[in-house]
Design a protein around this ligand. Structure first.
Ligand SMILES: *Cc1c(COP(=O)(O)O)cnc(C)c1O
Length: 379
């Protein structure tokens, strides 16, 4: 922990007093493992919140993605389309199944999967597609679903960064066959570590529940029809989850007000570009993310990050494109477009408890840095 009071982290969880009460309840009652009332309650309330028929809690977002792929029977002969710009877990889950992640370009303005390029990488082996609602921005689910339907593909939505975002009034995660969520400490809802799979399919839900619990029959204890994993969430994690759901709407509102403030202060700063949101979509502000067009600002995202660090403000560069990294390495020319997007992206502090003054300070440092650079360049 940084003890300096001027330091602003890029993200931190906000835990309520109720979280403490619920956790103490787990400890007092002895229900600390994956059985207990909070697990069922969290699953039921989460399903209801998202408008999904089933919600199955798991130990992480990666576990959620892995189980979603496994329950579809995806294996070694199969290919799964994933966006080139995402957190690596999206592709890792595919590799964990023995299948091959096939990288697809992302739209440079929306930062989400480009369906035209998905068309280009489609093959006889393609079985599924995993759109990612990156930085809380809804992907083009209608086009993606049309494409999947035409080609007999399953759709798994990676909602790790988009809990609470909607498209045409419906929560993300309910458009595909399954939605996968993460509750890591820096996500929109946190249980420390944890995740969830949502689905409307009774058959998929049963398969996920079984695979999550060693493959054990849900009717006959200690009987296994299939070999599974232990990806269960604990009652303690679920207790925190229930407390977080109770304040979720309030927290999401605070985050969106922070976004509005950032936009207000940065909107006329040369070279600062916000993401484009598709028609009918309401994003969620997971991390206030923007692009720095160096041709207009005179400064790169990485340089700006350095200046923010000098002022004790933590920020985050965008993910490295998967195609550049050894496990997913891919030379396809079209993927070069992700390089520009990735290297120009910057995420700024966003968390419940961040003050208006903090946001103003961050924005002033950015606009001063850009103004100074432009002045020195025009000399
Ligand atoms: C965080 C994240 C994950 C993985 O979740 P974990 O809970 O850390 O396993 C997967 N996909 C995306 C897009 C993420 O941001």
């Amino acid at each position: 922990m940084n003890s300096n009071s001027d330091f602003i982290p890029v993200s931190k969880p906000y835990l309520t007093q109720e979280a403490k009460t619920f956790v103490v309840d787990c400890l007092d009652s002895g229900w600390i493992s994956s059985k207990g009332a909070y697990v069922e309650r969290f699953e039921n309330e989460f399903a209801e919140k998202c408008g999904a028929k089933h919600a199955i809690s798991v130990s992480s977002g990666t576990a959620a993605l892995h189980l979603a792929l496994l329950c579809l029977g995806i294996g070694s002969e199969d290919e799964v389309i994933v966006p080139d710009l995402t957190f690596a877990a999206t592709a890792n889950a595919v590799i964990l199944c023995g299948a091959t992640p096939v990288l697809c370009c992302v739209n440079k303005d929306e930062w989400t999967l480009d369906v035209n390029d998905a068309e280009a990488v489609l093959s006889d082996k393609t079985k599924a597609i995993i759109p990612v609602h990156l930085y809380g921005n809804p992907a083009r689910m209608h086009e993606i679903n049309d494409f999947a339907k035409r080609n007999g593909l399953s759709v798994i939505e990676d909602c790790a960064e988009s809990l609470g975002a909607t498209l045409d009034g419906r929560y993300l995660g309910t458009f595909g066959d399954m939605g996968c969520y993460s509750f890591f400490a820096n996500k929109l809802l946190s249980t420390g570590e944890g995740g969830m799979v949502t689905t409307d399919s009774d058959a998929l839900a049963l398969k996920i529940r079984t695979l999550r619990d060693h493959g054990m029959s849900t009717e006959k204890r200690y009987w296994h029809d299939i070999a599974g994993l232990n990806y269960r969430m604990t009652n303690i994690q679920a207790a925190i989850g229930v407390s977080q759901l109770n304040v979720f709407d309030e927290f999401a509102k605070a985050r969106s007000e922070q976004e509005a403030l950032y936009k207000k202060y940065l909107t006329d700063v040369p070279g600062v570009i916000f993401k484009r949101v598709i028609k009918g979509a309401i994003p969620v502000n997971w991390l206030m993310s923007l692009r720095i067009d160096e041709a207009l600002s005179g400064i790169s995202a990485a340089e700006l990050q350095g200046i923010l660090t000098e002022h004790q403000i933590e920020s985050r560069l965008f993910f490295y494109p998967l195609h550049q990294q050894p496990p997913y390495s891919n030379e396809r020319a079209a993927l070069k477009s992700t390089d520009v997007l990735s290297s120009s992206g910057l995420s700024l502090p966003t968390f419940v408890g961040l003050s208006c003054e903090d946001i103003q300070r961050v924005c002033e440092i950015i606009s001063t840095a850009i103004t100074n650079r432009q002045r020195s360049l025009s000399k």
